[in-house]
Write a protein that binds this ligand. Sequence first.
Ligand SMILES: Cc1cc2nc3c(=O)[nH]c(=O)nc-3n(C[C@H](O)[C@H](O)[C@H](O)COP(=O)(O)O)c2cc1C
Length: 366
Amino acid sequence: MGDTDLFSPLTLRDLEIPNRIAVSPMCQYSCDTDGLPTEWHRVHLGSRAVGGAGIVMTEATAVEPRGRITRHDLGIWDDEQASALEPTTEFIRDQGSVPAIQLAHAGHKASKRKPWEGNDPITPKEGGWEVLSPSPEAYPPFGEERPEMRKATGEDIQDVVDAYREAAERSLSAGFEIAEVHAAHGYLLHEFLSPVTNQREDDYGGSFENRTRFVREVTAAVREVWPDDKPVFVRISGTDWLDDGPESWDVEQSARLAADLAELGADLIDVSSGGLHPDQDATGGPNFQVPLAERVDEGGDIAVGAVGGITEPKQADAIVRNGRADLVLVGREFLRDPYFGLRAADELAGEEAPAKWPIQYRRGVR
Ligand SMILES: Cc1cc2nc3c(=O)[nH]c(=O)nc-3n(C[C@H](O)[C@H](O)[C@H](O)COP(=O)(O)O)c2cc1C
């Protein structure tokens, strides 16, 4: 078929993903305050499935209420939320795409306002909630302006592991075929990984093994309930971008973690970066995180996804063709153009394009 690798299927376990383009998880802040999906989610995610993406992934979906960034995040901590997601997964599958869910806990970045309402923390006085962190002492002093921060106890950690396991079970019942553990962007699991934010002296802090324990436990818990024939992804920040600062999380540790997660049954590492610290020295621009994915790929026997600044079909195709990543995740370009997948198929494969415009739309495109 045509001269493209972007439209070759990707098989992970027994799941065949029709092409290498995934909709990157993107918060929509469009729930009421109950974590239930609204029509917005169904139309938003459904449109991208119509638009030719091989995988359509939900936004960060909270495994427990205190793990929400805002009150308006999607949640999967109860069965009603799982049932309400079913029509969306069914629609995505009907379009020939694969429904995926990102399972998340925001850690200390929880209890905030929506971006278009200022993005700032909701204080206890304003009805904000207590947020979890590995080491509150690692953060600059905060007073009235911040939510209350709680140092995660051993029991809290176990509760979150259990919440991930139960959220994965619910996700399966909702019809998702891929579960992604969100361990990036300065949220709870990443906070434990990075020595910048993890200053614990117990089994969850200090050495590489201790700092990675929480994400390994969460991945193992998800894998325990996720069927053997379906893949589990983990999104990490490949680096904190603090190479000139204090000891931090970097790409060498990411490659090592990828190998450990592969042993636990993870199938793909989705390599993003940063989000942990305001002093991060990140560049941005086209393909800026792809070298991180390449380095993680060298770490172990596991597929990798590249994300960040991927906006053009030929660019995405070249990443796969040159073996730089197995999957390309596209975020903002899918906000600008829900049909990015179909446009890429037309541009790269022409008449032979395997991703087809829906029959209802053909008079518009042929
Ligand atoms: C509106 C918006 C919401 C986002 N929400 C999430 C999220 O829920 N989970 C996540 O891992 N990344 C999130 N991201 C990051 C994207 O998934 C992606 O990694 C980032 O935008 C870089 O890719 P891009 O250059 O293709 O947009 C979000 C990005 C945007 C623009």
